[in-house]
Ligand binder design. Structure first.
Ligand SMILES: CC(C)(COP(=O)(O)OP(=O)(O)OC[C@H]1O[C@@H](n2cnc3c(N)ncnc32)[C@H](O)[C@@H]1OP(=O)(O)O)[C@@H](O)C(=O)NCCC(=O)NCCS
Length: 340
């Protein structure tokens, strides 16, 4: 799916942004006490130095709540004004009710349509596109989009090929109509044939949880790292190029590049292939690991804090992940409370 975001003349932008990560920092050295790995291997192959891990009683909604509150506050929007709440995640508090509904209740967003969306690490990009469509169409006036995951809860902490890569965290944005700037275009895609390269086999209707699935670890994340690496390096480039072409823009127009934070080698590859200057790239995978749906909003929040996001600048975001899925957007940044 590809298209301009401004076709009907409606402009929609991010008017509030928040993020939150659990307090507990887990270093590579700590992981090397659990599995046969080392700080040197993890840093060299992934660029990750540490990640945040939720406590035993901390569910996704607990991590998402402060991010959502911060997004509302920076937008100057009250929770009861939110009429749409989408939570992009693969680690909801439970299968149902949705974390979206739980979060809407906790926030006091009483009139909001609320649900979860599953598109792996691309979830935030998918959710942004859905919310954009509903705000641009006038169905929603103020939408809250949360991207977050607590992948630590579905990791096999004895599998060194996966457990060193991921971390927990969430980000949230408010979307509203604006008079100028805002989203310019989107590209989204999926390839279910590659789904097996990054999946959690048990616990669904294909393989309900049994003593056997618990025994053989089928309720944990399974990944073919090399295949996912190849896929990631390919789609980060192709998706970015597609959305730029759709918006009649080039890489030279991009002021801030926010790629999914999975592995610094994947980011470096995409950055070089696209020809984006390294100083325009936002990287925080060293501090958070891969936070799945939390990755892009956490990186956006970092860029805002660093003063790298200024009104009028063009921001290119590209996500990719389980599905396999990918998605990009081009956004002309507006002040975070610049709604009309
Ligand atoms: C997982 C990943 C970091 C592995 O890096 P790599 O350079 O491809 O490493 P390989 O898979 O070739 O493994 C090399 C060796 O390191 C070993 N290894 C794997 N994980 C290890 C770890 N944590 N510590 C030490 N050694 C490890 C492997 O067993 C392998 O050993 P062998 O050669 O004896 O078989 C890389 O493939 C990757 O980033 N893939 C994408 C994953 C991803 O981003 N997923 C989420 C997408 S949203």
């Amino acid at each position: 799916m590809i298209g301009s975001a401004t076709q009907n003349g409606m402009r929609v932008s991010i008017t509030g942004l928040g993020c939150h990560v659990p307090e507990r920092v887990v270093t590579n050295d700590e992981l090397s006490e659990l599995v046969d790995t080392s700080d040197e291997w993890i840093v060299e192959r992934t660029g990750i130095r540490e990640r945040r891990i939720a406590g035993p009683d901390e569910a996704l909604s607990d991590v998402a709540m402060p991010a959502a509150e911060q997004a509302l506050e920076t937008a100057g929007v009250r929770a009861e004004e939110i009429d749409l709440l989408i939570v992009a995640t693969v680690t909801p508090d439970m299968a149902f009710p949705s974390t979206g509904a739980l979060l809407a209740d906790r926030l006091g967003a009483r009139d909001a349509a609320a649900y979860d969306l599953s598109a792996g690490c691309t979830g935030f990009m998918y959710a942004i596109v859905q919310a954009h469509g509903m705000v641009a169409a006038g169905l929603s006036k103020k939408a809250l989009v949360v991207g977050g995951d607590v992948l630590s809860k579905i990791m096999n902490w004895h599998d060194r090929s996966t457990c060193v890569l991921f971390g927990d965290g969430a980000g949230a944005v408010v979307l509203e109509r604006v008079s100028e700037g805002g989203f310019l275009g989107f590209e989204l895609g999926a390839d279910g044939a590659g789904g097996v390269d990054l999946h959690l086999p048990a616990g669904g209707s294909r393989m309900p949880t049994t003593a056997e699935t618990l025994g053989n670890g089928a309720h944990y994340v399974h990944m073919n790292g090399r295949e996912v690496f190849k896929f990631a390096t390919r789609v980060l480039v192709s998706s970015a190029e597609a959305v730029l072409a759709e918006c009649n823009a080039t890489v030279d127009d991009v002021d801030v590049y926010v790629p999914h934070q999975a592995n610094v080698r994947i980011i470096d590859h995409a950055t070089k292939k696209l020809g984006i200057a390294p100083e325009r790239v936002v990287v925080n995978v060293d501090r958070y690991g891969n936070t799945s749906s939390g990755s892009i909003p956490l990186a956006l929040a970092d860029a805002l804090t660093d003063g790298r996001l200024r009104a009028g600048e063009l921001v290119l975001m590209t996500g990719m992940g389980a599905g396999l899925t990918w998605g990009s957007s081009l956004l002309e940044w507006t002040a975070t409370n610049g709604a009309t």
